[in-house]
Design a protein around this ligand. Structure first.
Ligand code: ADP
Ligand code: MG
Length: 731
């Protein structure tokens, strides 16, 4: 083995579980949320006036008065100091995908060479980071580079390390949003408005607020840090660009829900502990399908908070993993040939009266409410399927979507047998235009039957990108490294629009004196018919579905540059603008940024490939080839011609194969570099992304195929890179 690989493997051999510092007798309830400026801390530290003001702002979206902000800031500081905090930061989610933070000390020098700790309302409410240093898609001009971060009181401040973190939105000086949170908050409020109106008008006057709920499931891989440290590809791109599949991969299906290795369990307990201090309700942990793959899931929360918590959790996991000599891989496809990682987004709607609107009711009347929200979700996804697809598009996720283990790049909705039947009946029942009383009763009875059947909610389809699972929809196509704020923004927005249309349609019938329930039935029937194409109950992985989807006219867009187009279609631009979520300029900027991000990722991968080929793979192949050549010439000097022919044949073939593969690899790497140069000279982000996708990326496969063959030929002692079998099996 190359020296570095030997040393790394020796380190791995010596690993033992890292002792976990937490007092074992402590129950979660004793420390849960203790590092969050949540309700308890607020009650303890805030005056009555300040407490009421922040509550009102959290629940009704009112702005906090500057004077009150001063009070809140002072109390937050006092609370934070009681935890040993010295710094504060606005914590936000720029479009780079990572979170951003800049820590400022509380202390301020005062006269006489002394200092005091201060934290003003102004510092709490607003800061001015330089927007030009974050992706902005051309929104800011160089002469107006300022951006603002502004406090989001709906997500509580928290402590990480010695720093008080204040969740904020990030906007340009001219008011355009430059982050994931701003449109998410707007979409949540648009959805609240539309859904509340539907509830109040037709179902329940007591509903005054509807929130979207989100429960994500985070999949990830772990790798020993010693091995990670000598794989440049993992370090710089998050995935292995080379590596032959191991003899034993996931084919025995012995990893899923298998026993968790002790070192891994120690890591899980540690990051769960840190998460619980921050009020992140992670509750579930298990082994996933692939070796070295795991999952964690929280109890669902209000969507904005859930998004913040997911991003925070990803950060915590990365930091805690290092304590345990692991690196966490959040990439959608770190290893070829084994399952990739997703982040299923479980989404539903809940009312202030405590009802889940996507949970079938016990009576026909409440079921009509359920069916309205249910059918409207299906219709919304049907109308904006391409935008949904775009919302999860990324260079990483391209490896996963449409591959054999992840939901395909074709958007479809899975409902389950029972609900499909209900919708089919509903569609037929109203066929005549006007229902007879008997028809209506029969239908109501049928709808009334849903809950019993659904209680047994075993009807699952793991191949669907968007599946109904009993009382929520599960957007399964979201990638593991994604900020789920964006797919959630899209889902909330299309649902808001759909509910507005629904209300208009029902009201129009009621204005024509159609009775309310029947008007709702008729509109739902129409939607069911219109959106039928998007419903698919079969195997989403099969080729038959691709053919069927094509026949139905559903799009199958396998790569990101193509998928992103839907972000700036007329329909999408209108959608976002009409609901006040994003104006054209903001949306176009996001599209540009997504294209640029795609290009940069492929560009980096391409460079690393060329680098590893030149510096690691070709040298290793040649080193081994020289061993063979030396041996062959040695044989020649001691054997007769006939003996030599027999003895050297295999080795001569190996020498030849190494030469051939090295030649192919080098040529492909050089050609790839040429294509990269051409792509870099193109004059638009769109052209560049397409060139990287269609001209540069295809070389990856040729190169990898031949490198992986070399890995099999070259002696293990010489091969420089940790192999899949070493990386994927954790002890
Ligand atoms: P599974 O789908 O594996 O059977 P669950 O149904 O308990 O497990 O939920 C999976 C995820 O869905 C969890 O993260 C959970 O918090 C979330 N979830 C459950 N109910 C809702 C809901 N009403 N809204 C959003 N997420 C939910
Ligand atoms: Mg899962």
């Amino acid at each position: 083995m190359s020296t570095r690989r030997i040393l790394a493997m020796q380190e791995v051999e010596k690993r033992i579980p890292v002792e976990f510092k937490k007092n074992k007798n402590q129950q979660v309830s004793q420390y849960y949320g203790s590092k969050v400026f949540g309700n308890d801390a607020m009650r303890e530290f805030l005056s009555e006036e300040a407490y009421n003001s922040i509550q009102q702002s959290m629940h009704q979206g009112t702005t906090v008065d500057r004077k009150v902000a001063d009070q809140i800031a002072a109390c937050m500081k006092a609370w934070a100091q009681s935890h040993g905090v010295t710094h504060y930061t606005h914590w936000f989610q720029p479009l780079s995908g990572a979170t951003a933070e800049k820590h400022d000390g509380f202390f301020e020098p005062i006269e006489g060479g002394r200092a005091i700790e201060r934290f003003s309302g102004n510092a709490l409410v607003q800061q001015e980071p330089d927007a030009s240093s974050f992706p902005n898609g051309g929104i800011r001009n160089t002469f107006e580079a300022r951006g603002y971060t502004a406090w989001d009181p709906t997500s509580p401040a928290f402590i990480w390390g010695e720093t008080l973190c204040i969740p904020t939105i990030f906007i340009s000086y001219t008011g355009e949003s430059l982050d994931f949170k701003t449109p998410l908050l707007k979409s949540l409020s648009a959805l609240d408005k539309a859904a509340t109106e539907v509830c109040q008008s037709y179902f329940d006057k007591n509903v005054t607020k509807v929130i979207a709920t989100l429960g994500w499931e985070q999949e990830y891989f772990l790798i020993d840090s010693a091995l990670y440290n000598i794989r440049f590809d993992l370090q710089q791109t998050g995935r292995t660009l080379f590596g032959h599949a191991p003899a034993k991969g996931q084919q025995l299906e012995d990893h899923y829900w298998g026993s968790i290795p002790e070192r891994v369990a120690a890591f899980m307990k540690d990051f769960e502990y840190e998460s619980h201090l921050l009020g992140i309700p992670v509750r579930t942990r298990h082994n996933e399908v692939a070796p070295a793959q795991f999952e964690c899931a929280p109890i669902f929360e209000e969507a904005n908070l859930a998004v913040d918590h997911n991003i925070l959790l990803m950060d915590i996991m990365e930091k805690v993993a290092i304590r345990h000599n692991f690196r966490v891989l959040l990439h959608e496809k770190p290893y070829a040939g084994v399952n990739g990682s997703g982040k299923h987004n479980n989404w539903s709607l809940a009312t202030n009266t405590g009802k889940n609107l996507l949970s079938p009711g016990k009576t026909p009347k409440t079921n009509l409410q359920f069916l309205s929200f249910f059918v409207n979700t299906v219709k919304a996804v049907y109308e904006h399927a391409d935008l949904m697809r775009a919302s999860i598009a990324s260079a990483n996720n391209d490896h996963r979507l449409g591959a054999n283990e992840a939901p395909p790049a074709i958007m479809s909705v899975f409902l389950g047998e029972q609900l499909s039947k209900v919708l089919d009946e509903l569609e037929k029942a109203v066929h005549s235009g006007k229902m007879s009383p008997e028809e209506k009763t029969a239908l109501k009875l049928n709808i009334g039957k849903i809950p019993d059947i659904l209680l047994d909610n075993t009807d699952r389809n793991r191949t669907s990108p968007f599946a109904f699972t009993g009382n929520k929809f599960e957007f399964r196509a979201v990638g593991s490294s994604a900020n789920c704020g964006w797919p959630m923004t899209v889902l909330n927005t299309i649902m808001a629009e759909q509910l507005i249309v629904f209300k208009k349609d029902v009201d129009a019938l009621m204005n024509k004196k159609v009775e309310k329930d029947e008007a709702i039935f008729q509109v739902l029937k129409k939607y069911i018919g219109e959106s039928k194409k998007i419903r698919f109950e079969g195997n989403g992985y099969g080729d038959a579905w691709k053919a069927e989807a094509k026949k139905r006219g559903l799009n199958n867009i396998p790569t990101t540059p193509g998928a992103l187009e839907a972000m700036i279609s007329k329909k999408s631009l209108h959608l976002f603008e009409s609901l006040g979520i994003l104006n054209h300029r903001e949306q176009e900027a996001r599209y540009e940024i997504a294209l640029e991000t795609y290009t940069k990722k492929i560009q980096i991968e391409s460079r690393i490939i060329a680098d590893m080929v030149d510096n690691q793979i070709v040298p290793a192949a040649i080193t081994y080839q020289k061993v063979l050549v030396d041996n062959v010439s040695g044989l020649k000097s001691i054997l007769s011609a006939a003996e030599f022919k027999k003895a050297a044949d295999t080795q001569l073939n190996l020498i030849k194969e190494i030469s051939e593969r090295v030649t192919i690899i080098k040529k492909a790497a050089d050609d790839m570099t040429e294509e990269r140069k051409k792509a870099n000279n193109l004059d638009s982000a769109k052209k560049q992304a397409h060139a990287y996708c269609e001209k540069v990326k295809p070389f990856f496969e040729v190169i990898r195929y031949n490198v992986d063959k070399l890995e099999n030929i070259v002696n293990d002692a010489t091969w420089p890179l940790p192999k899949y079998r070493e990386m994927l099996y954790l002890r």
